[in-house]
Design a protein around this ligand. Structure first.
Ligand SMILES: *Cc1c(COP(=O)(O)O)cnc(C)c1O
Length: 408
């Protein structure tokens, strides 16, 4: 399929924020790895919910409560079908990727013994490092780390040596938020399962870029944030296999997660409610469902091809800059480009780009071990979404040339 068949203007028109200006310049938003912008149907659903539908869910006999419950549960079903989960009870609403990973770290962690091992990789986001460190401290577990190569790919040979019968969980990112590397998760899941370990995939940077089929992947857990897939902040998903979730203790205690409470003994509600204590982010869940309705309308094959063309174009444009080095040159990459420029601090470039209306991220991107690996203080990161254009990349390149000129 030809990338030009993808109608980017039609997509852009659905995102009102793309019309605004920043510092007197038309916004060029290249910080999608940090958070994505929201289409009108997501924004409208939040306004509509608070204007006409607001009620607490799963509790009331009254009509509005039933309507809110239906809308929230419909969102769960939409997401279930999008990620191809076998049952809707396997889709747990959380606050986001961080919360999803902490849930697994706590609940699965309760079932582990001193000396058991958790395997992560060198390119993990802090939210897929620190929860495991906390767990290891709490339960006397051992954290092992898969090394990477200079180009930002995992050292796959090392995986075989690191996996053993002690490994209880492999928790790994699908796509690196800093390097763009797409990890071969299908193979990793097979290897980990062969060693008897469960697998959690951090999908925070994959769900917005390519189709996800949790049953085909055969992952045990899949975590992502709503706000990076065109939904609101404060809501996310943990997918987990039913028979695993059923055997885990709850994460938090409170309303909605119980079947019966007495002072002598409390029994827990069935899935997914067992893991959803308290009043959730109802409007957020409903709006996340709308974000997935937006995703469902897309031809993802076209989106993949289009975003790849943005990546290729950016890397080509940047290759003409002297003293610029791209960090992360894996053969399989999502539309994320991190780079450094000789003798200029990333922050200074980011600031001058902002003055010209270009939003990028600078810093360590919550991956400090990666910065140590490359011995850099941080990078400048341009991360693309399906609404970005080649014209925007040209503006970005011109602004970057000006910034470098000024800082030299
Ligand atoms: C953003 C991100 C997270 C954390 O997501 P939150 O929305 O902050 O919870 C985790 N992992 C990766 C790869 C990310 O990009």
């Amino acid at each position: 399929m030809n990338a030009s068949q993808f109608n980017v203007e039609e997509i852009r028109n659905q995102f009102p924020i793309l019309q605004r200006s920043v510092n007197g310049k038309k916004l060029v938003y290249l910080d999608n790895g940090a958070t994505a912008q929201k289409p009108q149907l997501v924004i409208d659903s939040i306004t509509k919910y608070y204007s006409y539908e607001n009620a607490n869910i799963h509790r009331g006999v009254h009509l509005m409560s039933q309507e809110a419950t239906n809308a929230y549960e419909n969102a769960r079903t939409t997401i279930q079908s999008y990620i191809h989960a076998a049952e809707s009870c396997e889709v747990i609403f959380t606050k986001g990727t961080t919360d999803s990973i902490n849930l697994v770290a706590f609940s699965l962690g309760e079932t582990l013994q001193k000396g058991d091992e958790i395997l992560i990789s060198y390119m993990e986001h802090h939210s897929n490092i620190v929860p495991w460190q906390l767990l290891c401290e709490r339960k006397g577990l051992v954290l092992k780390v898969i090394p990477i190569r200079e180009n930002g790919e995992l050292d796959l040979e090392a995986v075989d040596n690191l996996l053993s019968e002690k490994t209880k969980l492999l928790s790994i990112t699908h796509v690196s938020n800093t390097l763009g590397t797409i990890n071969p998760v299908e193979d990793l899941i097979k290897k980990a399962h062969a060693a008897g370990a469960k697998v959690l995939i951090d999908g925070a940077q994959s769900i917005q870029h390519f189709p996800i089929d949790v049953q085909a992947l055969d992952c045990d857990f899949f975590a992502f944030s709503g706000h990076k897939v065109f939904g609101p902040t404060g809501v996310g998903i943990l997918y987990g296999k039913k028979q695993i979730l059923e055997n885990l203790p709850p994460y938090q205690g409170g309303g909605d997660m119980i079947a019966k409470v007495s002072f002598a003994k409390t029994t827990y509600n069935e899935l997914p409610h067992k893991f959803e204590a308290g009043t959730p982010h109802i409007s957020g869940g409903i709006a996340l469902g709308k974000a997935f309705e937006f995703m469902q309308q897309l031809n993802l094959e076209q989106v993949i091809e289009y975003e790849h063309s943005l990546l290729m174009y950016t890397e080509e444009v940047l290759s003409s800059f002297n003293g610029l080095r791209i960090i992360g040159t894996a053969s399989d990459k999502a539309s994320v480009v991190s780079f450094v420029v000789d003798n200029i601090h990333p922050f200074d470039i980011g600031t001058l780009l902002d003055k010209q209306g270009i939003a990028v991220r600078t810093g360590h991107h919550c991956t400090q071990p990666l910065m140590d690996f490359y011995q850099i203080p941080g990078t400048i990161r341009a991360s693309f979404a399906l609404y970005n254009t080649k014209a925007e990349i040209d503006l970005f390149a011109e602004a970057l040339a000006r910034a470098i000129q000024m800082l030299k």
